[in-house]
Design a protein around this ligand. Structure first.
Ligand SMILES: Cc1cc2nc3c(=O)[nH]c(=O)nc-3n(C[C@H](O)[C@H](O)[C@H](O)COP(=O)(O)O)c2cc1C
Length: 180
């Protein structure tokens, strides 16, 4: 059975949900998927896996340093196995160029060129933010064209799960073409 590692980094939990969802799809395709939070397992080695997926969110214009360090220190193994990267951000919801620039930055920082890259919309976790952050994010959102999601008493989620499913299915097909 093909073994896949999904190593993720999250602040408010949306990337964890994406990682878990991918794992479920892979398991449904007969793969052995392990999900690892880089906060707890910084050194989750990709060695011994047939495929590796790394993903995480954008905060203040950047991917988490923990994830950058993880990729840098496992670059050789990541480049040897079929690999994929997913980036979760608010910009993916309506500002694809900005979302792409975050990914480009990440690739430059790490030197990693994953076989596949996906950008998923995250959300606005207002209720998980402190007072200052909540108001700052509300101001940013108010300045964006067309967005009305400024009720800070609730959270908003924009992740399109069909896109996440397709990403996972494509990855599974790379590992086990006969099963797809
Ligand atoms: C404090 C804070 C800063 C953020 N900064 C950005 C940003 O600069 N660009 C962006 O596209 N999204 C930004 N976001 C949106 C997050 O990427 C989005 O909420 C995502 O779902 C978070 O995923 P996570 O829960 O896995 O950390 C920010 C969110 C928060 C709470």
């Amino acid at each position: 059975m093909g073994k896949v590692l999904i190593a993720y980094s999250t602040h408010e939990g949306q990337s964890a949900k994406v990682a878990d969802f991918i794992a479920e799809v892979l398991r449904g395709r007969g793969l052995d998927a392990t999900v690892s939070d880089l906060k707890e397992a910084r050194d989750a080695s990709p060695a011994g896996y047939d495929g590796v997926i790394v993903g995480g969110s954008i905060h203040m214009g950047k991917h988490d340093n923990r994830m950058v360090e993880y990729v840098r220190s496992n670059l050789e193994a990541l480049s040897a196995a079929p690999s994929a990267f997913f980036s979760v951000s608010l910009s993916s919801h309506g500002e694809p160029e900005e979302a792409e620039s975050y990914v480009k930055n990440f690739e430059e920082q790490t030197g990693w060129r994953p076989d596949t890259v996906a950008m998923f919309s995250g959300g606005l976790p207002y209720t998980h933010m402190n007072f200052i952050m909540r108001h700052m994010m509300k101001k940013i959102v108010e300045g964006k064209p067309g967005s009305m999601d400024t009720d800070t008493s609730r959270d908003y989620v924009y992740t399109e799960w069909d896109g996440v499913r397709r990403f996972a299915e494509d990855f599974a097909a790379q590992l086990a073409p006969a099963a797809s």
